[in-house]
Design a protein around this ligand. Structure first.
Ligand code: ADP
Length: 493
């Protein structure tokens, strides 16, 4: 077993100050995968101080975007060189099927390349002239790195979610402390190795593994942090926002969702079934943007449910490394129990369980679950309104566009939404009226590094990815100069 008992601080692998570890478990067989270094407040303090020193005294924030791009591209290359190894590690730690993990790791490398390009672009776009009405002055607006960033990330796309924060932060010239989820910490430690080999200066990226309250909380409270970026649950997001309030830290939050998928009855039934399944069963449904609330126009409702059940039955469930598997185990026992409870609750609430929600017959150990389909889900039920974060889809019929829109928007969340119709005018009209940060038309879930990502309402604050992701880590400064040779003449005439 490889050792993961060190933290990466100031360019060195160090034992936690208190020497503790925590276990990370393989969810496919419930066995110990590794003991991992458990950071506490003292380690967080060291990591933040290292990042602070690297930012205040080190070369990184002063480098050109082109210089940072060289390192970012080396990180991307380092990830690609180890793509299958990293993907297999992600399967062991998270449970997801290997082809999905390969996709994630490829995307992770792509994210570093993308922000390398944007870093280069900053060299020409960093300063812009601001025309002033008062010609005695000249003004430029200038983008500068925000400072020291703290990134707290979840367990569903471990390395990719790290990249969504690390790549733009480094591209901007920030220094940072990254805390992965305690459920899936291993690829973040590998990322530290790769960044080290890529020649990232000491202290620019620090990786600290640890539990939420022991390591995440001190990071979000640390006065040495300028910017906090978080992806995870709404309750933890609220705690982080509270912690950030004390020093008015800049925050970006990507939180939960209960995303609707409106399917009009002119849709192709096979395409609808495929996208519903991709929208909620991909990554075991452990996806913040999963389209978990499906609204189907009445004319298509019964035939679509029939095909959905038929196709869902054929999904191969098993160990993520097994050929052909499309659904791996859930990430841990807590999540497993939560999903089983949600399935029971849905039945108590009067929804019709058409399929799934049980342990598959041939999987005695591991957190395996058959994907669940609920129909006729009451609109006021818990399962219709709350995020389940597992392979559980809730379906309801609707009659007309206005009703579908009202129902879709009737949520405290607003991360994503999807609409399907052959009538593109209608689909676009609905897309514009859906209150969500991401709207898919005739598909669900495809995600692109170039495009903005984030939620309305309680699904978060700010946008990641694309140039929006880079702006998360940049401050804007104006430099205004008095050019006139005339005295100002206010006090001294
Ligand atoms: P989940 O409950 O599904 O594990 P969380 O939102 O709690 O999701 O976890 C996402 C990330 O937030 C993880 O890295 C976790 O360690 C971290 N975290 C949990 N609690 C806190 C906290 N109080 N302060 C800061 N980070 C936390």
């Amino acid at each position: 077993m490889k050792s993961y008992e060190h933290l990466y601080i100031d360019g060195h692998w160090v034992k936690p100050v208190l020497g503790g570890t925590f276990p990370t478990i393989d969810p496919s067989n419930e066995t110990l995968l590794a003991q991992v270094a458990a950071a506490t407040a003292a380690d967080i303090d060291l990591a933040v101080k290292a990042a602070r020193k690297a930012f205040d005294e080190g070369p990184w924030p002063q480098t050109t975007g082109a210089q940072r791009a060289v390192v970012l591209r080396r990180i991307a290359a380092g990830i690609r060189e180890r793509l299958d190894t990293l993907a297999a590690l992600e399967v062991q730690d998270n449970g997801k099927p290997f082809p999905e993990a390969q996709w994630d790791i490829g995307d992770t490398a792509g994210c570093f390349d993308f922000y390398a390009d944007l870093a280069e672009g900053l060299d020409t776009r960093q300063e812009q002239t601001v025309p002033l009405a008062d010609e005695r002055f000249s003004c430029i607006a200038r983008k500068e790195p925000m400072g020291v960033a703290g990134a707290i990330i979840p367990w569903n796309f471990p390395m990719l979610m790290a990249a969504w924060k690390v790549a733009p932060a480094l591209a901007a010239g920030c220094c940072m402390v990254l805390k992965p989820s305690e459920l899936t910490p291993l690829t973040a430690l590998e990322l530290a190795n790769i960044a080290h080999e890529a020649g990232l200066p000491a202290g620019v990226l620090n990786v600290v593994t640890g539990l939420g309250p022991d390591a995440g909380a001190p990071l979000s409270e640390h006065p040495g942090i300028d910017k906090l970026a978080f992806t995870g649950s709404v309750p933890t997001g609220a705690k982080i926002m509270q912690a950030a309030a004390r020093d008015i830290k800049n925050i970006s939050l990507e939180l939960g969702g209960k995303s609707p998928f409106i399917i009009f009855d002119d849709s192709d039934i096979e395409a609808a079934v495929e996208w519903i399944m991709f929208g909620i069963f991909w990554n075991q449904g452990e996806v913040c943007s999963a389209t978990s609330r499906v609204l189907v126009q009445r004319g298509l409702y019964e035939p679509l449910l029939k095909r959905l059940v038929e196709e869902t039955r054929t999904l191969s469930i098993g160990h993520g490394m097994k050929e052909g598997v499309l659904l791996g185990p859930l990430v841990n026992s807590t999540q497993y129990d939560k999903i089983l409870q949600a399935v029971a609750r849905g039945q108590e609430e009067g929804a019709t369980l058409l399929y799934g929600g049980t342990r598959p017959a041939d999987c005695n150990i591991g957190y395996f679950l058959t994907p669940a389909i609920f129909a006729d889900v009451p609109v006021n039920s818990w399962i219709w309104n709350e995020e389940i974060f597992g392979p559980v889809v809730c379906v309801r019929p609707f009659d007309d566009e206005a009703e579908a829109l009202k129902s879709a928007n009737d949520s405290r969340f607003g991360l994503a939404a999807a609409v399907m119709s052959k009538d593109l005018v209608r689909a676009e009209r609905v897309a514009r009226r859906l209150r969500a940060g991401i709207v898919w038309v005739n598909c669900s879930q495809p995600t692109f590094t170039e495009a903005p990502w984030g939620g309305y309402k309680q699904s978060g604050i700010g946008r990641e990815l694309g140039e929006w992701g880079l702006n998360n880590y940049l401050e804007t400064k104006q430099i205004t100069r008095y050019d006139s040779d005339q005295p100002w003449g206010w006090y001294i005439k």
